[in-house]
Design a protein around this ligand. Sequence first.
Ligand code: AMP
Length: 324
Amino acid sequence: MARRLTGFTPSGNLHLGNYLGALRPIIEGTGDTVVFISDLHALTLDHDPADVRDRTLEFATLLLAAGLDPDACLFMVQSHVPEHTELHYLLECATGYGEAQRMIQFKEKSRRQQQVRMSLLTYPILMAADILLYDTDEVPVGDDQSQHVELARDIAIRFNGRYGDTFTVPRAVNPPVAARVMDLSSPTEKMSKSTSSAAGALRLLDEPDAVRRKVMRAVTDTGTTVTYDPAGSPGVANLLDILAGCTGARPDDLAAGFDRYGELKKAVADAVVDTLTPIQDRYRKLAAQPDHVRDVLRAGAARARAAAGATVDRAKAAIGLLPA
Ligand code: AMP
């Protein structure tokens, strides 16, 4: 069975796109999955230490509240498994400087910064370590991250070729198109933890009032009829996609049931509230037991270390390090 890996970086707020596009397919899938909170990746840009720490626990709690079964997958915090950083260094020794510099995310993010952290250049190599450590076959990513999965692939092929068969070669897979949730106020952009405004993203912990307000104010267009046309009417199509994601119906079938945008928005708001309320109820119960969540994470890290340790041993031996 193909192994898949997904990381959630603890910066910003988890939103409906993370849930419909990444989390729910894992929860409802039957596959072999690695899910981790990628806290080391939250350190590449200016960050507040307390915020990263608090969000790491919040994200872990929310993932469990959303229904992630920690016994059915590998679930841990990245920094609890030191093999990630250990393999990162070995992979740096198999990566060219120019290769890292070519990453579009590096070019874009470094342009916006006055002081660029070294880790902004090297985090795609840490991402390669995240992927290769667990013999991952498939990494579901949006377009913005596919270049990084290509890099992981290139590094694995090069390392295997130069030092002998060590890593499973991963590939990027596209999440289902309908699972791509767009920003409510700017529907040609992806709903994003880092770039969406508060009005543009439906956060998993948004109160029902906030959800209704944001959906009712969502950008549509100047037309009046409700049709499913992602290119011509992206705002309405996004609302139909969200409704489809929450109800299981098809967006084009749903379109036929509405005469006006206002009716559609009301139905979307109700569906999102119905989807989020049980998650939020479970979140509040779990958040009251942080020690339980920490225990789950500790157990997950122990299991992850067993798998990751074997890979690091293989890589160390192959690259020429003397066993201790
Ligand atoms: P990120 O928010 O970039 O840390 O991504 C965490 C996971 O959520 C990744 O698997 C992303 O592909 C997925 N994801 C992020 N934003 C969206 C979105 N707007 N629609 C669907 N999936 C998303």
